[in-house]
Design a protein. Sequence first.
Length: 367
Amino acid sequence: MLMLDPHLGPQGATPEVHPSEAAALSTAAPDLAPAEVQALVACLYGIDGSVKSLAGERDQNCAVESADGTRYVFKISNPSEPLSLVDFQIAALEHIARTSPSQPVPRVVRTLDGRLRDTVELADGTRTTVRMLSYLEGIQIRETPRTAAQRAAMGKGLAELDLALQGFTHPAATHDLLWNVSAAHRLTVQLDSLVEKPRRALAQSFMTRFTDHVLPRLASLRAQVIHNDYHLYNVLVAPNDQARITGIIDFGDMLHAPLVGEVATAAAFHMTGSADPFEGPAQFVGAYQAVLPLTELEQDVVADLMATRHLITALISEWRALRYPENRAYIMRHNPAAWEALSQMADLSRHDARDRLLTPKRNGTFS
């Protein structure tokens, strides 16, 4: 199991993690030099292109631009990433390309000998998987002003993606993942690692809300393969029309889980940017439901799960940032907003939070 540094909390508290997931979280991402990546791409794909690093938490991601201006994303998997999970992600993209080709998701680029992925040996002798995807043009939504039209486009876009994924199955789809709001209880041990007592109490209150009101009902919720990471970094829009989605990227947290967890996870990222923290999420969820309505039970727990997403963001990011201080800025990018959102929801009952999330706001008040 994952070994943590002593200063991570009492007894070096470790969440309940499957050994393969623990390895993925504790193994540093590959760090090949641009020249090495360039040589690999030329050998495997016959593309002689320039290489630029892209952000990544577990894998090494690079943008490759060929002489004719065509761009690609070359992914070097974390050596601990099970091959089955790489195949799961590839299969999902292939499924979407066949069944819903209009979806703005990456396409898998085959190697010179027709393979969807390949294996390479790193400098330390470990072997890992590499693959190439098409590069999607656009700018990350996080770099644009938030608007109601943009939130509506995101809600509609996620509902359409979830419809495209309906019926898709894969043996690795039920893998363990801490970034799964329906498995938040596995992080209970991390509560004692929070040094600040007010934050520990705040986190404990939302963990209790999850275990008391959501966990017993999970088996009754619709479930399917979901993207599970549909946020402002992973959705691209056109520079000249920032309410037109041009790309949905990063399928690394995809899994089979309750559908409402997908909606709650995505809605959580819209709490910032407005005077009313529920305005953005309500616009997003309303647009989602116009395409793919939530059931009555899903509506009852969606706000609980939105808070749960903020809870696991806070717990996982603080744990991992201590483990990997060199990547702290990337790991902690959502942490302040998560704590702020939990504070904003702390004084609301779960029913009040639900009603604020599901009721459109008109003329400055909720109807």
